[in-house]
Design a protein around this ligand. Sequence first.
Ligand SMILES: [Fe+2]
Length: 294
Amino acid sequence: MTNYPVNMAVEPEVKAFFDPATHTISYVVKDPASSSVAIVDSVMDINYAAGRITYDNADEIIKYVQDNNLTVEWLIETHVHADHLSAAPYIQQKLGGKIGIGEHITVVQDTFGKVFNEGTEFQRDGSQFDKLFKDGDSYQIGTMTAFAIHTPGHTPACMVHVIGNAAFAGDTLFMPDGGSARADFPGGDAATLYDSIQKVLTLPDEMRLFMCHDYGPNGRDIAWETSVGDEKEHNIHVGKGHSREDFIKFRTERDAQLDVPKLIIPSLQVNMRAGEVPTDEDGVPMLKVPVNAL
Ligand SMILES: [Fe+2]
């Protein structure tokens, strides 16, 4: 991990917002030395059955930012989520900031551009985003220097963002008793995910780790914060005593039994466009359902 500019002396203030509908945790990450913040993995609300989109979650974050006089510099997407819709453009419109995702978004756009039979007006070059991060890229949030680690496996474009002594894991890891995310989406791969997780686990043991999802396994309360040391010791899929081979076998067998996420169809269409809802030829917001294509 020596290639990454780890600085444990910087301790950002982290405010979490939990969305019970999708079990997603969004974060406002504040520079202790200024009013600057990054917002990580925001959520737009959808009633898919009714085709209705609302912004209660995002409005809560917007209110928090405004009440505390914060300045949004970044809207970070850890990856193209398949289980919830991003509210990044809605928040950007109200509060500013740049929307950033991993550079391999282009691979995801290419894959799902085909699945959704998108026309040439759907750009597959990531240009819907303000910033495409490469592995090791750093960026500023006020006085803090943050950086991104490319962690493919769950999806090709996944990144873990490290801000001072706090890392935002996306779906690379779950809480120790939750293990890891599935690796069976197009472009996903269990072996690649294992290797990405190992990369994250070379961060300092004291690094705070914040999850993108938690489902409260075995009836425990929802939680979202752990540490690299805790994951190394206790993660039920990749912690102490679990080999790469065991992980690949377990992950592959488990994924074969998992249902498709309820919101995958609207999520992918919106999130591969940086959170913009697609429109039909008349400019009317419209989502598609590809038949037998996923
Ligand atoms: Fe995900």
